[in-house]
Design a protein around this ligand. Structure first.
Ligand code: NAD
Ligand code: AHE
Ligand code: ZN
Length: 378
């Protein structure tokens, strides 16, 4: 198949808010600096649904969604040196060009390499074209540089994290976004110290990974917050010491955390909901003088955050994270740490389907309230 177009099945997002269409598409061979991979499994992230719902200002249709994939390299384009056919890879939406001239890759402060960001946001490969065609020969847009809801996809070489073959690809897929993001928000973006107090808003995969990482970092108190009361038990299993359901309070949740549960607030807080009012609550429950609040959730187009500037004047710090600050080449190390038993991840896979056509069922499952990650094996 090397150098030839491949026909395969993909789930195409034709229009916002409509079920994905199972279609036979053509996947062109990889061009220079590109890699074609066979997707073995894909896990659903809330961001896929957010884009499918039409809430992403960068959302383009028709497109192939999906950005938590476990893949095997099928062929590589000219000049590719980092991977070869047969390698196991996780596509990463924050690439790492690693060129000495890239001030972002050279800096330990960020993972936001801009090398291919503008074309990635336009749903095309770096040369400005798509590798996907539908049965009528019309192009289909890429998504987040990954598009893993297809049996085959093409990604940039600089987006490939080559991982150990020891980890099953249906588990490895989770390192493509949610789990990695939550862990990195704690370890990289906020650098939570031993003995810190932490509040986590929204206990899906991202929020639970924040709890897992905070526990590993030695946080003394971890407060989980969710409108879904059934999250209390699972949060405690992941390491939360307290659970709060804001619906059960007669005062704003930030007042309850900074005032009732603690005197001055928590050292670190995390928004893992994407709701801008929750982002405000998270900032306002951070400790006077030094509390840091990290935005992880992705807000719908047009939504903006607000608070009284006095909150910042009195020492609270508002920050945010993409992919937990991890660079693409950090991902293989995380996978190895998981294989070594240091970072268990099985507990995130609550639903499993066999066959790409079940991706719409996976979306239904994700909305059920008790779903963390739903993995679809192709
Ligand atoms: P999810 O839907 O599985 O989890 C969200 C949780 O938030 C649910 O448990 C829900 O009950 C809870 N929730 C909703 N509204 C709430 C409220 N007002 N107060 C308290 N809890 C509330 O989602 P996920 O996959 O864990 O992703 C979480 C968010 O993070 C999404 O917005 C997603 O788009 C974003 N995300 C960002 C990055 C990044 O790099 N910054 C990476 C992955 C995901
Ligand atoms: N495209 C949107 C924003 C979407 C967004 O913020 N995406 C997160 C990753 S969510 C993963 O589940 C992110 O890392 N963004 C950084 C980037 O470079 O895209 C918009 O508002 O335009
Ligand atoms: Zn995601």
């Amino acid at each position: 198949t090397q150098g030839q177009p491949i026909q395969c099945k993909a789930m195409v997002a034709r229009k916002p808010k409509e079920p994905l269409m199972e279609e036979t598409i053509t996947v062109d061979p990889p061009k220079a600096g590109e890699v074609r991979v066979k997707v073995i499994a894909n896990a659903l992230c809330h961001t896929d649904i957010y884009t499918l719902d039409g809430q992403d200002p960068e959302g383009l249709f028709p497109c192939i969604l999906g950005h938590e994939g476990g893949c095997i390299v099928e062929s590589v384009g000219p000049g590719v040196t980092r991977v070869k056919p047969g390698d196991h890879v996780i596509p990463c939406y924050t690439p790492q060009c690693a060129l000495p001239s890239c001030i972002f890759c050279a800096s330990p402060k960020t993972n936001l390499c801009p090398a291919i960001r503008s074309t990635q946001g336009k749903g095309v490969m770096p040369d400005g074209t798509s590798r996907f065609k539908d049965s009528e020969g019309k192009p289909i847009y890429h998504f987040m540089g990954c598009s893993t809801m297809s049996e085959y996809t093409v990604i940039a070489e600089i987006s490939c994290a080559k991982i150990s073959k020891e980890m099953a690809l249906e588990k490895a897929a989770l390192f493509g976004c949610g789990v990695t993001t939550g862990l990195g928000a704690v370890w990289n973006t906020c650098k939570v110290e031993i003995g810190s107090t932490v509040a986590v808003f929204g206990l899906g995969t991202v929020g639970l990974a924040v709890i897992q990482a905070a526990k590993m970092a030695g946080a003394s108190r971890i407060i989980g917050i969710d409108l879904n009361g059934s999250k209390s038990e699972i949060a405690k299993r992941f390491g939360a010491t307290d659970f709060v359901n804001p619906k059960k309070l007669d005062i704003p949740v930030q007042q309850h955390i900074a005032g009732v549960m603690t005197k001055w607030g928590v050292d670190y807080s995390f928004d893992c909901t994407g709701n801008v009012d929750v982002m405000r609550a998270a900032l306002e429950c951070a400790h006077r003088g030094w509390g840091v609040s990290c935005v992880i959730g992705v807000a719908a187009a047009g939504h903006e955050i607000k608070t009284r500037p006095f909150q910042l004047v009195t020492g609270r710090i508002w920050k945010g994270t993409a992919f937990g600050g991890f660079k693409t080449q950090d991902v293989p190390k995380l996978v190895q740490r998981s294989l070594d038993g240091e970072i268990p991840i099985d507990q995130y896979i609550t639903h499993l389907f066999d066959g790409i056509k079940f991706t719409n069922d996976a979306i239904v499952a994700l909305h059920s309230g008790d779903c963390l990650r739903c993995v679809v094996r192709y």
